[in-house]
Design a protein around this ligand. Structure first.
Ligand code: ARG
Length: 458
């Protein structure tokens, strides 16, 4: 049997079921790169501080480099009885370089080690999500550029409200994701703080130099309180919240694509590569990617709740409960990364049925507000104009036609103020063009948004 690194005081073997229950190497091995980078930085610092010799540090670094190659070429043997990624790597290091390897853990505990590895792992993931978020924004901007002047019914309460530019509609999602990007940057700032030197919980007696380790690892700074350093998982919680909101945003867009793909809407042609068929109904083309993405939100929210629950009520300082932080995060990482890159791919191939949008636009009285504003322009108080317009809508509905097809005689039964110039006002593109205030749906405003986002994308 393997000798445990911590086995000095133990007389009995660990029960096999306990080893299986307590091991984390089956998943935390994904942090091998971060673990190796942290150990190299620690070893170099120990040598600089005269705690170990320069030769020992060199052997450690070479050994760790070799272990990295063994892992990446699939030769490395992971052992569940060695519990976690940290002890698997350290034990192999001792095999490779003997006593030097056994000096690596001087002034360090797995408690600050795992906190460091996980911070680096979370930060790497967060930075990758940022790039993927940027990729989705870029696709949204590309589509928006094509559709500044494409109009569709804008909805509130899922009911036709006012005409809007399709580009404007798409850019709404770009701005949501832009906030996600900034939120991730902010989260990363707090994540890249180095806990090494906190040791088990109280700091250490060796003359360590945590600041130089932080710098070598590209981190923004060091911990301020060793007890906080080993028990803090706020960074992972923040990242999980950022991920949850990204998924919420993607899911809202998926929902719209699912609705738009329904032939009763018929606004989009689903790209074949991103749809699937039915085993029984030959006509079907289902928006499964969007549905699965909408469905995956639950597991990401679940991960956030899982970790919030794990840390709740934990006394100071490190508690083994914290080992439960990694799986929900890793699952979230896979989900968010895959969802963002699929969304970018799907967007790049999405085609819009602009003719269908234009004809649907004529069937929802979306220019009613224009008529009310027109009457206000003729000196009628808005409340009264609203009422008169309602009557015009009822009349048009009775006659089975849109407002702009009412004859002048029909309009005159509503109000004597209405003249021939009303028809120009009721034109949908004119209605959109009039909304030229900042952030509105008018073409100039939409182009200004595109320019701002394009600038940012550079
Ligand atoms: N595998 C552990 C974790 O993920 C590493 C830290 C264990 N520390 C300890 N004192 N048992 O949290």
């Amino acid at each position: 049997a393997e000798k445990k690194m911590w086995g000095g005081r133990f007389r009995q073997k660990t029960a096999a079921r306990v080893e299986e229950y307590t091991q984390s190497v089956s998943y935390d091995r994904l942090m091998y790169r971060q673990d190796i980078a942290g150990s190299m930085a620690h070893a170099r610092m120990l040598a600089r501080q005269g705690v170990i010799s320069a030769q020992d540090a060199e052997q450690i670094v070479d050994g760790l480099e070799r272990i990295r190659q063994e892992i990446e070429s699939g030769q490395f043997v992971w052992r569940a009885e060695l519990e976690d990624v940290h002890m698997n790597i350290e034990s192999r290091l001792s095999e490779l370089v003997g006593d030097a390897g056994k000096r690596l853990h001087t002034g360090r505990s797995r408690n600050d080690q795992v906190a460091l590895d996980f911070r680096l792992y979370v930060s790497d993931a967060v930075r990758e999500w940022q790039e993927l978020v940027r990729g989705v924004i870029a696709e949204l901007v590309k589509q928006a550029e094509q559709h500044v002047d494409t109009l569709l019914p804008g909805c509130t309460h899922m009911q036709p409200a006012q005409p809007v530019s399709l580009g404007h509609h798409l850019l709404a999602y770009a701005w949501m994701l832009r906030r996600d990007y900034d939120r991730l940057a902010d989260c990363d700032r707090r994540t890249r703080v180095c806990p090494l030197g906190a040791a088990a919980l109280a700091g250490t007696t060796y003359p360590l130099d945590p600041a130089s380790v932080a710098e070598e690892l590209g981190m923004h700074g060091t911990f301020r309180n060793s007890m906080d350093a080993v028990s803090d998982r706020d960074f992972a919680l923040e990242a999980l919240f950022c991920a949850s909101l990204i998924m919420a945003h993607l899911s809202r867009f998926c929902e719209e694509m699912i609705i738009w793909a329904n032939p009763n809407f018929g606004y989009i042609y689903l790209p074949d590569a991103y749809a699937t068929g039915s085993s029984i109904m030959p006509q079907k083309k289902n928006p499964d990617v969007a549905e699965i993405m909408r469905g995956k939100v639950g597991r990401v929210y679940g991960a956030l709740m899982t970790l919030l629950t794990t840390v709740k009520g934990l006394p100071m300082t490190y508690n083994r409960d914290l080992q439960e932080d990694k799986e929900p995060f890793m699952d979230t990482d896979r989900t968010v990364s895959a969802s963002l890159s699929l969304m970018a791919g799907m967007l790049s191939e999405l085609r819009f049925n602009t003719g269908r949008m234009a004809s649907v636009l004529r069937s929802g009285f979306l220019n009613a507000t224009e008529l009310a504003d027109y009457l206000v322009g003729k000196g009628i108080p808005f409340r009264e104009a609203h009422h008169l317009t309602g009557a015009a809508v009822a009349l048009a509905e009775d006659r089975g036609k849109p407002l702009e097809d009412l004859t002048m005689d029909e309009f005159r039964t509503i109000s004597e103020c209405i003249d021939d110039d009303v028809y120009a006002v009721l034109a949908y593109d004119a209605a959109v063009a009039r909304r030229r205030t900042q952030g509105g749906t008018g073409p100039d405003s939409v182009r200004a948004q595109i320019a701002e986002l394009a600038d940012w994308l550079e």
